[in-house]
Design a protein around this ligand. Sequence first.
Ligand SMILES: *Cc1c(COP(=O)(O)O)cnc(C)c1O
Length: 402
Amino acid sequence: MIPKPNKIKEVYLDHAATTYTDKQVVDTMLPYFTEIYGNPSALYHKGIEANGALNEARRTASKLIGALPENIIFTAGGSESDNLAIYGIAQAHSDKGKHIITTAIEHHAVLHPIHDLEKQGYEVTYLKVNAEGFVNINDFKKALRPDTILVTIMYANNEVGTIEPISDIGREILKHRKDNNTSYPYFHTDACQAAEYLSLDVEKLHVDLMTINGSKIYGPKGIGMLYVRRGIRIKPQVLGGSQERKMRAGTENVPAIMGLAKALEIAQQHGQKENDRLIKLTNYFLKELEEKIPKIKLNGPPIGEGRLANNLNIAFDGIEGEALLLYLDEYGIMCSNGSACTSESVEPSHVLTEMGLDTKLAQSSVRFTLGRTTEKDDIDYVMKYLPDVVKELREINKINSK
Ligand SMILES: *Cc1c(COP(=O)(O)O)cnc(C)c1O
């Protein structure tokens, strides 16, 4: 057994699962719990005050993505926004067609509603991805049909950080609509992982619907938003009061909405700088890994433009990713295997298997996602223990398989 350090350092490398909430964001939220707590629908001053704040958050959030306030629907997170976009479009436009295009590597918050629609008689094309996780634009063009009503393709992948060519896909959709003289298919993108680093300009991306959440951008958890382009009808999924222009019933979570708007503002203001800083750090981390640990492989695109700056997904041949992350936890190091949402099951990641990894290699993979507080010291701490842990686990596995 490798000796434990005298002093355990907490190294959180799972920012793609969720982030801490930024102090500035918390400060922005606090008054809305205890002072400005009125129901935004109420007519007296406490309600009007809350409603004013809500409008302000909506203005801020919409501006950051190049949209108008009335294009934003606040929801209870990324999953709800994805569901609202997918069911909302599919149900409102089934008279025009029942064909949907997506990718095989989407988050489950997209894949599961799509599977459900498939059972209800919708037809789905799951675009294949290459070994780095990219969809092919020619495959996409071939998949488009006159009865395609919805295209949903993620902006950046949560497991391997692949950044999909969203604006190219958007342009193809515009062309297809023009050729067919229709207003559809509608284009949705899940931008939860992208929002911290990439431009969210809906005009440049040519998207019609876009999902963003708070929990991946140093905002609060359980809050999200869906952008819906003006004039596009969707069927609401939560019925009740007439909040959110009747698109999502329920008393608005004002503190969380204020927090989300603030978090998005900070992310979009500092994203480029943080991107450049983290690219250096992930490069350093990868170089260390390659130097000190034999038989490893980077899953996904090379570090650079096609990959989220904070993501390293590594296959450690000959060991179980799950065992590795449990071992690392003993040293205070937190990372993940596959997506957090499947940590209950032993199924290999659907993203990695779609990229061509066999079950064994997929199960040997671990995701490290860096964040705003990650420094070189943290990487050096990890590298002090990781090589020996990997070596030991490989030896244990060798003995067991004899
Ligand atoms: C985290 C995440 C979601 C789910 O968001 P919640 O706010 O947890 O519901 C959806 N899509 C992607 C890409 C994510 O990373």
